[in-house]
Design a protein around this ligand. Structure first.
Ligand SMILES: Cc1cc2nc3c(=O)[nH]c(=O)nc-3n(C[C@H](O)[C@H](O)[C@H](O)COP(=O)(O)OP(=O)(O)OC[C@H]3O[C@@H](n4cnc5c(N)ncnc54)[C@H](O)[C@@H]3O)c2cc1C
Length: 497
């Protein structure tokens, strides 16, 4: 039977769930706090530049395609994806680079340039990650609601050393110090520390190998716009500038949502794309929370935050040594990550991710201009850093570094600029402690141990997004939308509604 469903938040998780539920025939309202959809994938329009706010590395196009297929449509009619190669250009602290390629033979040639002895080791490493992928891939779009499912996979996790920290796992195979970094950085893409994120997450490596790394023409914002169009075509209603302040319940069931303007909207079912720990703590009354008490929420281990500078230049930098996706590694690796994740200091040094999308798609900047964003991992707000005072200095340090090492005369060529810091994640995106990737992906915060896609507190409340299963990253949160929509369908069938 057709239900009235409210979706809180228009990030990728919320959009995926909203579209699938509208395609099932439900009446769906999506409430988004900001003036545009996308969440972390919000696209900023500044002086003729389109800057993607967050996700830029697009993997597993089949997950995007499936959403359109569920609605009887074709993704290609909404936005275009183009493959990138190299996936990443990874620089060491001296500016030497490794091109992380799609093609296996090309990858071996790159390894040869750094350490030919690691050639066979790399083959064995890939073979192992392939086994991990085969085991865990089927679980990435299924709910993890019960302990029995967890117990069933544990023997295989142990057999495949899926519990081992990623860096240690990579080091079992790869000998060269820089190559160990090159093959262990992937947890950083989802908020994890390679030194404690379990190697089961190396399935991301295989996701890239299987389906490539892609870019959406027009930027990631074009994907958001495509989803928005599809949702509206399916009859969905979008309410922007609409913040939900409280999820109101009765007898273990959500009844309605109280909005920032005081209005109340009833719903049969609620899907929440807000950050799970933030939502439990601030939107759901303590009386409904048996498991997620304030103390339990504070015991979660959170991901780091990010400092991101978006900048557009009045000249092109095609003569630089940069590719589309660049990772600029610091001399310190383990110690730097320890500072960021454990000591919660703001270190003086940094590793950077530098995005240069205009190399692939000049249409997102004015003619003759280049568009960039540079991202630095910084501690979340549990650290004692006063960003209101420090942000400008930090920004200047990062831009000076780029000017001195990669982008000559940068400062005098910038004609569009914006930045976000941990306060943005906390205050604009409602993320607990300003964590950029919500709850950190550790073994004891994964799968069954992560907050479930069906709320453990309120029966008709479902969660999508980075803080629930399967975790952070666009493919994962899109999959959470599939999981929630399927759960709702089967729950309705079981209850005969
Ligand atoms: C800078 C950056 C770069 C990244 N790069 C990549 C990448 O290259 N590839 C990749 O796969 N992943 C990347 N990620 C991770 C990925 O972007 C996220 O994991 C994913 O987009 C999170 O989606 P989500 O569905 O959890 O929702 P979010 O994007 O967190 O959106 C949640 C939405 O809910 C809204 N909301 C929250 N509370 C309320 C409320 N009470 N009422 C109404 N609305 C509310 C928010 O405003 C927001 O729009 C990156 C993340 C960041 C921050």
């Amino acid at each position: 039977m057709k239900k009235t469903i409210a979706v809180i938040g228009g990030g990728f998780g919320g959009l995926a769930a909203a579209i699938r539920l509208a395609a099932q025939g439900h009446s769906v309202d999506l409430y988004e706090k900001r003036d545009k959809l996308g969440g972390r994938g919000y696209q900023y329009d500044i002086n003729g530049f389109k800057f993607d706010g967050g996700p830029t590395v697009i993997t597993a196009p089949y997950i995007f395609d499936e959403i359109f297929e569920a609605a009887g449509k074709q993704r290609e009619d909404y936005f275009k994806l183009v493959p990138l190669d190299p996936f990443y250009r990874i620089f060491d602290h001296q500016g030497n680079h490794f091109d992380y390629r799609h093609d296996h033979e090309q990858m071996l040639l790159e390894i040869d340039r750094w350490n030919p002895d690691d050639r066979p080791n790399y083959d064995r490493f890939v073979e192992h990650t392939r086994k991990i992928f085969s085991l865990f891939h089927p679980y990435t779009d299924k709910p993890f609601l019960g302990m029995p499912a967890m117990l069933r996979i544990m023997p295989a996790v142990i057999k495949l050393a899926g519990y081992m920290p990623t860096y240690a796992f990579v080091s079992r195979y790869i000998r060269h110090d820089f190559l160990r970094r090159v093959f262990s950085f992937h947890p950083l893409l989802i908020g994890g520390n390679p030194f404690d994120t379990p190697s089961l997450y190396t399935l991301i490596v295989q996701f890239e190998k299987e389906w490539g790394v892609h870019y959406a023409i027009g930027g990631t914002g074009a994907i958001v716009a495509g989803f928005e169009r599809l949702f509206i075509e399916l009859g969905g209603r979008i309410h922007l500038n609409s913040e939900v302040k409280e999820i109101l319940g009765e007898d273990r069931r959500v009844k309605s949502l109280r909005m920032a303007d005081g209005s109340v909207h009833n719903a049969d079912i609620v899907v929440c794309n807000g950050d799970v720990p933030f939502v439990y703590k601030h939107l759901i009354h303590k009386n409904f929370r048996k498991k997620y008490t304030d103390a339990r929420i504070d015991r979660f281990n959170f991901s780091t935050s990010l400092f991101v500078i978006y900048f557009g230049t009045k000249r092109r930098y095609l003569d630089s040594k940069l590719a589309h996706h660049n990772i600029i590694m610091n001399q310190r690796y383990k110690e730097l990550l320890k500072d960021l994740f454990k000591a919660r200091l703001l270190p003086d040094d940094f590793s950077l991710y530098l995005h240069m999308p205009t190399i692939t798609d000049p249409s997102i900047a004015p003619e003759g201009c280049e568009s960039f964003y540079v991202l630095s991992l910084v501690p979340n707000l549990k650290a004692n850093v006063d960003w209101q005072t420090l942000a400008e200095t930090y920004k200047a340090r990062v831009l000076d570094f780029l000017q001195d090492n990669y982008l000559p005369d940068l400062r005098q060529n910038i004609i569009a600029e914006h930045f976000i810091d941990p306060l943005h994640f906390q205050n604009t995106l409602n993320s607990y402690h300003g964590a950029a990737f919500s709850i950190k992906p550790t073994l004891l915060q994964s799968a069954f141990f992560r907050p479930h896609n069906r709320s453990e507190e309120l029966d008709n409340l479902y969660f999508v997004g980075a803080g629930t299963h399967p975790g952070a990253g666009v493919p994962a949160v899109l999959s959470s939308g599939k999981i929630a929509a399927n759960l709702i369908q089967s729950d309705l069938q079981q209850s005969g509604e």
